[in-house]
Design a protein around this ligand. Structure first.
Ligand code: ZN
Length: 204
């Protein structure tokens, strides 16, 4: 089966991947190993001029600010393809939710994908805070406060606490967006980006 990154997002939009039985979905489901090389589409002047009158992106990505996880590169997309909203640890606030609403309601985008990633610095800072009790400086306090509930829930789980916390937090962000009737027209999913392999896996 031929797969590419747009196909992954499109399949997510129609629920083809998300429809797997949840009981068997404890582990993320990776793309097949024959993921093609990046094509870097839609990045030339012609594409820019085509889009000048208006945009019609096909997915909203709520992701982390981490410099290693730019959604357009992760999914091999270009100008006008993705509406990207990025905060450290993909933490939600009113500005993020307003931006998602703009994408779903004003632009009619059918898919919202919350994209977490391994070795997230915001998650690591949260775990450090919970381990040491050290005060979190300045504006970082909001980030830690938002990620801490998922970190506390997963603290006793065997294995990699940071990985468990990231997955739980990413899924929580997805569920919070799902719970808002403003986003009901869209399919809302969560995924994990693997820094080592470049693969994106849907989260259960
Ligand atoms: Zn991150």
């Amino acid at each position: 089966m031929a797969w590419n990154r747009r196909a992954f997002l499109t399949a997510t939009a129609v629920g083809a991947l998300a429809a797997a039985p949840s009981a068997a979905a404890d582990a993320p489901r990776p793309l097949p190993p024959d993921v093609p090389r990046p094509r870097h589409p839609h990045q030339d002047g012609g594409r820019r001029r085509t889009l000048a009158p208006g945009q019609d992106p096909f997915a909203v990505i709520v992701g982390c600010v981490d410099s290693r996880v730019p959604p357009e590169l992760v999914f091999d997309q270009g100008l006008g393809d993705l509406l990207c909203i990025r905060t450290a640890g993909e933490v939600l606030d009113e500005a993020v939710l307003g931006s998602v609403q703009y994408g779903v309601q004003e632009l009619g985008i059918p898919l919202v994908l919350v994209l977490g990633h391994e070795r997230c610095g915001a998650v690591a800072a949260t775990l450090d805070h919970l381990r040491t009790g050290a005060r979190v400086p300045g504006h970082l306090e909001l980030l830690v406060a938002e990620i801490a509930p998922a970190a506390r829930r997963t603290r006793a789980a065997p294995g990699d606490w940071a990985e468990h916390a990231m997955r739980a937090h990413t899924a929580w962000v997805r569920d919070a967006i799902r719970a808002d009737p403003a986003f009901a027209p869209a399919h809302i999913a969560a995924a994990r980006f693997d820094l080592d392999t470049g693969l994106v896996s849907l989260l259960p």
